[in-house]
Design a protein around this ligand. Structure first.
Ligand code: DAH
Length: 347
């Protein structure tokens, strides 16, 4: 029995030394010390021993058990420490590796200019208004006093949705005037920026989609002086106090009288010449047209149920891309829509 116990101890020590996982240790614990374990099996034979031998063997069995338990504990700690060390090594973070850099975007240059224009008008008391891009011909043309057969209604200029030409992609932001006047009574002070669509080939100054900003003021005693005052101040705000502007007579069906407003070319500063050559930005004109405007036609007011005897107003429509190109000194319209980051990062 002594040999048996000694052999259990020796084998247990070896097996425990070889065990390398918590699971293997647990298996050994059951095998050695469990109810059906080797040590219990030996102890069951104690009854057969003599009275003198029994306490001696009992003591020896206890010391074998104690030795196994101690070894188990020691191995448990060692295995746990090794596992911890391996985990720490695997999860090491090198705080000196440079972080992942990411780009922070910014507003598109067109939106920057739009925001500035909107802010300025809102500061003058204008309300910003939005309306659909898919529009009725009635709003886009008829109620704006643009008669049947007018060239701008032509299918070669306008994107129509229906065979009867009654639904279209708006070709201008002016129908917003009608929509606004239908739902609001004077005094009116409205600004309506938005996308417009025309069947134009894209080149340096044209695009089938571009942006306009429509303005409308209707109240009692509104005059052409109010129109000029508002428009000159907005252009000075965007282009600086020294910006040179001029008004030219023009014709629009929905205003009477009508005019166009130009600003001095930002490239040649109004001379029409650049390094002895004709300025390519203004084609030698020295001026760039930025908007159309005029006093709202009495028929348009009537079409919206507003009494032209009592009220008068002015309206204007400016090209946002034109304004942005002038302010940011961009010479090709297509750059604005290409969205090449090398271009956009410059603003
Ligand atoms: N809608 C015109 C265009 O697209 C621009 C315009 C001219 C708007 C005169 C107006 C205006 O409100 O009064 O060419």
């Amino acid at each position: 029995m002594k040999e048996q116990l000694e052999s259990i101890r020796v084998k247990a020590m070896e097996a425990l030394e070889d065990a390398s996982t918590p699971a293997a240790l647990e298996e050994l614990r059951v095998k050695l010390l469990g109810k059906k374990g080797e040590l219990t099996a030996v102890l069951k034979q104690m009854g057969k021993l003599s009275a003198e031998e029994r306490p001696i063997m009992g003591q020896m069995a206890n010391s074998v058990r104690a030795a196994i338990e101690e070894k188990l504990e020691e191995r448990k700690e060692t295995i746990h420490a090794a596992a911890m060390e391996a985990r720490l090594a695997a999860e090491t973070i090198d705080v000196t590796i440079p972080g992942e850099s990411y780009c922070i975007g910014h507003q598109h240059p067109m939106n920057q200019v739009l925001q500035q224009i909107k802010d300025t008008f809102v500061g003058m008391g204008y309300e910003v208004y939005e309306a659909p891009e898919v529009e009725l011909a009635d709003y886009n043309f008829t109620r704006l006093n643009i008669e049947e057969g007018h060239p701008s209604r032509d299918r070669s200029d306008t994107f129509y949705f229906t065979d009867d030409d009654s639904v279209l992609l708006r070709t201008q932001t002016s129908p917003m005037q009608i929509r606004y006047m239908e739902t609001h009574k004077p005094p009116i002070c409205m600004l309506a920026p938005g996308r417009v669509f025309r069947k134009d080939e894209a080149d340096a100054t044209h695009s089938p989609m571009f942006h306009q900003i429509e303005g409308l003021v209707v109240a009692e005693d509104i005059t052409m002086g109010d129109l000029k005052g508002a428009l000159i101040s907005i252009l000075r705000k965007v282009y600086g106090e020294s910006a040179a502007t001029r008004f030219r007579p023009h014709h629009f069906p929905f205003t009477e009288p009508s005019c166009e407003m130009d600003m001095a070319c930002h490239k040649c500063h109004g001379t029409g010449e650049l390094d002895g050559q004709v300025c390519s930005t203004c084609h030698g004109e020295g001026w760039i047209e930025v908007l159309g405007a005029g006093m709202v036609h009495p028929k348009v007011l009537e079409n919206c149920g507003i009494d032209p005897e009592k009220y008068s107003g002015f309206a204007f429509g400016m090209g946002l891309e034109r304004m942005a190109m002038g302010q940011l000194k961009i010479n090709d319209l297509r750059l604005i829509f290409d969205n090449d980051v090398r271009f956009l990062n410059q603003f």
